[in-house]
Design a protein around this ligand. Structure first.
Ligand SMILES: Cc1cc2nc3c(=O)[nH]c(=O)nc-3n(C[C@H](O)[C@H](O)[C@H](O)COP(=O)(O)O)c2cc1C
Length: 288
């Protein structure tokens, strides 16, 4: 398969990528291999700094990662490693930093100083406005149905609402797995954020049982609950039973969003990016 034609938007211009496809940071799932495969396909993926057990391991990853587009996710709240991980991000001049849960102000100042981009992940207007005031480059609108800590507002409403209120570029998140959906997302925003779909790739850190359960699940098997982490998040119902028996959140209690509807096989990440781009072009050409 040859690389599909580029899909230029404000966000691809900002990040220097070919397709407006951002592979979302996922705790215990994102790996350096996934980041590399996605970058080679012409998109960008991010990894939570906390996927590395120690700050030293995170810093070693940053030093070793080649000169390609990639992102790091920093959790801003209750994260004892934030300062040293941010220092390492600044030293490495990481092209994209995705912030979640907290005030992105201090991160924006330091990342913008070297020309990096900061995208803030938000679920509503209050945080979106605060992040915009702090000078983030774009917002990630995490809607209802997303994997991980999801919002409650419909994806049809959240991204265009936040764009209208702030004037910032917006990345639509929640439920995206196909190129047809990316086409719909680009009618309402500037890029698509894909999490759940990329769990089922050989490059992800998810174990085989997780990938199998994901492939078998339907959106009706996805349960939105705060019982696992204290913050409402989406989990696969069959794995939730394990939580009640002492299973470890994220590792044995599997998170996924409504896009499980379209996850039917494990596909290499590079093929998946190209497949989504190709489907986008076909769906666009077939629009009434
Ligand atoms: C298993 C899993 C782990 C996640 N971990 C994180 C995380 O550590 N940090 C973060 O900002 N978002 C995390 N998320 C949320 C994703 O970044 C993203 O918002 C979401 O997956 C998008 O929705 P989708 O899964 O419907 O594509 C996680 C999502 C999943 C499914």
């Amino acid at each position: 398969m040859n690389a599909p034609a580029p899909i230029p938007t404000r966000v691809t211009a900002m990040l220097g990528i070919r397709y407006p496809i951002l592979v979302a940071p996922m705790f215990l799932v994102s790996t350096p291999e996934l980041l590399l495969a996605v970058a080679e396909a012409g998109a960008i993926a991010a990894i939570p700094s906390l996927n590395f057990r120690t700050h030293e391991a995170f810093a070693a990853f940053l030093e070793a990662f080649p000169d390609r587009p990639f992102g790091v996710n920093l959790i801003l709240k209750d994260n004892p490693r934030l300062k040293e991980d941010l220092d390492a991000v600044v030293r490495r001049r990481v092209p994209l930093v995705i912030t979640s849960l907290g005030d992105p102000g201090p991160v924006v100042e330091r990342v913008k100083a070297y020309g990096g981009r900061v995208f803030a992940d938000v679920v509503g207007l209050r945080h979106a406005k605060k992040a915009a005031e702090r000078g983030v480059d774009a917002l990630i609108a995490v809607a209802a149905g997303a994997g991980g800590h999801a919002g409650t507002v419909s994806p049809f409403v959240l991204a265009p609402w936040l764009a209208e209120a702030t004037g910032l570029p917006v990345v639509a998140a929640g439920g995206l797995a196909t190129g047809r959906q990316l086409l719909a997302a680009l009618a309402l925003s500037d890029a698509g954020y894909f999490g759940t779909r990329f769990i089922a790739t050989p490059e992800s850190g998810a174990d085989d049982a997780y990938k199998r359960m994901l492939i078998e699940a339907t959106p009706e098997d996805v349960v939105y609950t705060a019982e696992v982490t204290g913050v409402p998040a989406n989990f696969l119902a069959s794995s939730l039973a394990r939580f009640r028996q002492g299973g470890k959140p994220w590792k044995e209690v599997y998170s996924a969003g409504h896009s499980v509807a379209f996850v039917r096989e494990v596909v290499p990440a590079r093929t998946l990016v190209w497949r989504i781009a190709e489907e986008y072009h076909r769906a666009k050409a077939a629009l009434p």
